[in-house]
Design a protein around this ligand. Sequence first.
Ligand SMILES: [Zn+2]
Length: 272
Amino acid sequence: MTVYAYQTWAELEERLKTTKTVLFPVGSTEQHGHHIGVGADWIQADAIANRVGEKCDALVLPTLCYGVSGHHKEFTGTLTLSTETYTQAIYEILESLARYGVKRVVFMNGHGGNNTGLTLAAKRARDDFGMLCAICTWWDILANEKLFGNPAEQHAGYAETSFTLASRPEAVRMELANCMATKQVDDDIQFTRAGMARYKNGVVRIPLQTVDVTDTGSMTETHPDDNPHVFDYSMITPEFAENLMNKVVDWMCSFMKDFDKMKETEPNIKRP
Ligand SMILES: [Zn+2]
């Protein structure tokens, strides 16, 4: 019993007597370059979460397919919520779960733009219901992996292409695959992505629209000196995709188990 949506209310009432932690997949509906469907981010999160459910009996909530994607809105098909609406929606779902005794929620997040809202909602839920949330994003899980020289965190790069291929191959056009080097708009301020730039020895956050730094919608999310334009996706086979997916699923299964029994500190404020 892992799919929340397939259970009756009475079955859930029984299950939630013993299940402390639930898994909540969240993504977005936004452009992903020329070769991945606009559902990429929720498709990936949904597939990872449901595989985790099957493998380690986690209770998996219905996937939230819309996220905070206003920075992609110049590309047709992107559907977005504001950060305020998104935060409130997540918070109210957490509030609903708290009502039935859920104490811990693990997010499988497929979209970076959601992180601010997820964090705000998680902090409020902690304050208001004592709920403990963990926000897992698959590219953070793969932060120490190089995929044929490329980081996992690329918009429509090797990892996203792999996860979508392993989940819904009908959403991938491999013959059009590319990941554009982050386009530079200035000589001195060097952009590594739409919201981050290098300046001298430091970095600075400058929110731009995605369209400012890519023509195709895909993006390496690094400076071109570190990762040039990627055209060759021939190594991204169904086998490679499946292995990468399994790596993240195994990590999530292990994390879910340890998070479920993670100790919480007792409030013990001593003032002098
Ligand atoms: Zn994506």
